[in-house]
Design a binder for this molecule. Structure first.
Ligand SMILES: NC(=O)c1ccc[n+]([C@@H]2O[C@H](COP(=O)([O-])OP(=O)(O)OC[C@H]3O[C@@H](n4cnc5c(N)ncnc54)[C@H](OP(=O)(O)O)[C@@H]3O)[C@@H](O)[C@H]2O)c1
Length: 223
């Protein structure tokens, strides 16, 4: 059994819920957040699970979460959305741009900076990014979602350089693979179990400081 603790921001369903289950199975203590009640998350039932309420776009919702300083081994900011269905730069309204950017990039960064003092020196801070945030890999399309994840990668690197580095906290921009969730859809190539088991291996092996953009198998991705 592990005495390690992870906070997963955005664990009501999909990959976040899968990560909560995976880390409980691995003996970790898990603090998992929902926005509205998630029956699936509450069904996990473990004395090592604590469920809290948080919205990544609302700093007031996570500012008062009860963690002592340096009690967390890892935080994963998993929350994310696809954004407006049309995904088009030409059609996007200012509100649509703001919504996807706040949810996928600026909100996660703000939450991470606020919660960083709760991570132990030498711990791990993971952002759920996407290969769609790679400029080198891009063939275009999904313009709203892609640009939000590019922004997330840039902001995550900044947190690594300016905030986490001095405390040897490793920052990861993670690509979970194409996963069968509400977001990934039924044709995705990976089950949630396959993705979260790889992601948990990557997170358990991290904590060496620095910054990496990696997928669920630990493979480095091009920016
Ligand atoms: N599935 C894929 O193939 C894939 C590929 C690459 C990257 N990703 C990334 O992986 C992460 C999880 O994706 P998923 O496939 O599991 O998606 P999902 O099934 O749509 O689940 C999204 C999760 O994010 C939460 N969330 C959304 N907005 C939030 C907010 N403002 N505050 C807090 N939580 C919020 C949702 O909570 P509610 O239930 O309250 O809405 C839900 O728990 C995302 O960052 C996504 O971009 C997914």
């Amino acid at each position: 059994m592990s005495d390690r603790t992870i906070f997963i921001l955005g664990a009501s369903r999909g990959i976040g819920l899968g990560l909560a289950r995976e880390f409980l199975d691995r003996g970790w203590h898990v603090v998992a957040s929902e926005r509205d009640r998630s029956d699936d998350l509450h069904a996990l039932e473990s004395d090592r699970l604590r469920i809290v309420t948080a919205d990544v776009t609302d700093p007031g919702s996570y500012a008062d979460l009860a963690f002592d300083d340096q009690t967390l081994d890892a935080i994963i900011v998993n929350a994310g959305i696809t954004g407006a269905r049309h995904q088009s730069a030409e059609q996007a309204t200012a509100d649509e741009v703001a919504h996807v950017m706040m949810t996928n990039a600026f909100g996660p960064t703000r939450a991470a900076k606020s919660l960083l003092p709760k991570i132990k020196d030498g711990g791990t801070l993971g952002f759920m990014s996407s290969l769609m945030g790679s400029i080198a890999d891009s063939s275009g399309g999904y313009e709203l979602y892609r640009t939000s994840k590019v922004a997330l990668n840039m902001l995550a690197k900044g947190v690594a350089e300016q905030d986490a580095g001095p405390r040897n906290i490793e920052v990861l921009a993670l690509h979970p693979g194409w996963v069968q969730t509400d977001m990934g859809g039924p044709n995705a190539t990976l089950t949630i179990d396959d993705s979260v088991s790889g992601l948990a291996d990557v997170i358990e092996a991290a904590g060496k400081g620095g910054f990496r953009y990696v997928d669920y198998s630990g493979k480095e991705l091009p920016f």
